[in-house]
Write a protein that binds this ligand. Structure first.
Ligand SMILES: NC(=O)c1ccc[n+]([C@@H]2O[C@H](COP(=O)([O-])OP(=O)(O)OC[C@H]3O[C@@H](n4cnc5c(N)ncnc54)[C@H](O)[C@@H]3O)[C@@H](O)[C@H]2O)c1
Length: 291
């Protein structure tokens, strides 16, 4: 199999990441189906596309014809069976819970053709923790996009010990077709490449806050105005989701038993109040007045 055999893509999960990955696939010419268990999330994803594509036309980034073709390429369904049955490549982007991902990959293994590559967009769960839920571990890989997936160019392709060179090559080639910049991780490592660097920064920022050294606003300012980052670690967490940071911290703690992996108190407080960041209107910062 080569990249030219990939025509149909299925994206599982239409949340923060999934709806943008699906839109990207459709714009770059792939017949794309996007599925989610929550009807309201599918409706939101569809509404996004119907606003996003005309917006790209208005900005001169797409022609009317390209936008029309992209929309025709993209379908939404609540049925995993319908979404995945003809897929050549699946990108899973559901919540960060390993047992759920294993269940979905076992279902995908049953539903999809034998040649289909099954990729996870997980930020922290390496594919070797999922691959043995399928009968095709050589075709189960991490394909890690960054948020927002329509904008950020980087994709990390993580080749665990079970992943074939063919799967890795097709995944790298797919990223190029999606107009992304892929990097190849030759082994699995917790946090992959860029997040390891960001984890170190965020952890330090979080402890500076907990120790009362500075406010989160000032810590963000230091990173923006001193280090030239486009946004500080707290603002970034609002974008990627405080819920995700909490779940990832808990997953890491469960896996390693290392208490320093536990999410810090100020993050837990926000998580338990349901203040997940931009998507709930409030996180570290207040977005309730933003349209
Ligand atoms: N948010 C980020 O910045 C970011 C960046 C890179 C990677 N990721 C990874 O992407 C994945 C998704 O993260 P997100 O932020 O989009 O989460 P999200 O909570 O916004 O979306 C997850 C979606 O999965 C759906 N879902 C749950 N169970 C499902 C099932 N059985 N079948 C189909 N859909 C189901 C939920 O309804 C939800 O809409 C995670 O693995 C995360 O680690 C997230």
């Amino acid at each position: 199999m080569t990249i030219d055999d990939v025509k149909n893509i299925c994206v599982v999960g239409a949340g923060n990441m999934g709806h943008q990955i699906a839109t990207l696939c459709a714009i770059t010419g792939y017949k794309t189906t996007c599925t989610d268990v929550k009807p309201e999330i599918l409706q939101k994803a569809e509404a996004f596309v119907d606003k996003y594509l005309p917006g790209r036309v208005a900005k001169g980034k797409l022609t009317e014809e390209q936008a029309k073709q992209a929309r025709a390429n993209l379908t939404f369904t609540s049925s995993l069976e319908d979404a995945a049955k003809d897929a050549d490549y699946v990108i899973e982007a559901v919540i960060e819970v390993v047992d759920l991902k294993r269940r979905i990959f076992a279902d995908l293994d049953r539903i999809t053709p034998k040649h289909t590559i099954l990729a996870s967009n997980s930020s922290a769960i390496v594919s070797s923790r999922i691959a043995d839920a399928t009968s095709r571990p050589d075709k189960v890989v991490n394909l890690h996009f960054f948020n927002p997936a329509l904008v950020m160019k980087l994709v990390e392709v993580v080749q665990g010990p079970h992943v074939s060179d063919e799967t890795t090559k097709i995944s790298m080639d797919l990223c190029l077709k999606l107009d992304k910049v892929p990097v190849h991780l030759k082994k699995e490592v917790n946090g992959f490449l860029l997040n390891r660097i960001f984890f170190a920064i965020t952890k330090e920022a979080q402890w500076l806050l907990e120790m009362g050294v500075a406010s989160y606003e000032d810590i963000d300012k230091a990173c923006v105005y001193g280090a030239g980052h486009p946004m500080g670690p707290f603002r970034l967490q609002d974008l990627t989701g405080i819920d995700l940071a909490y779940i990832m911290g808990m997953e890491n703690f469960r896996r390693t038993g290392d208490t320093s992996e536990l999410p810090p108190p100020s993050l837990c407080e926000r998580y338990f109040r349901g203040e997940y960041g931009e998507k709930t209107g409030k996180g570290w910062y207040d977005y309730s007045k933003k349209k």
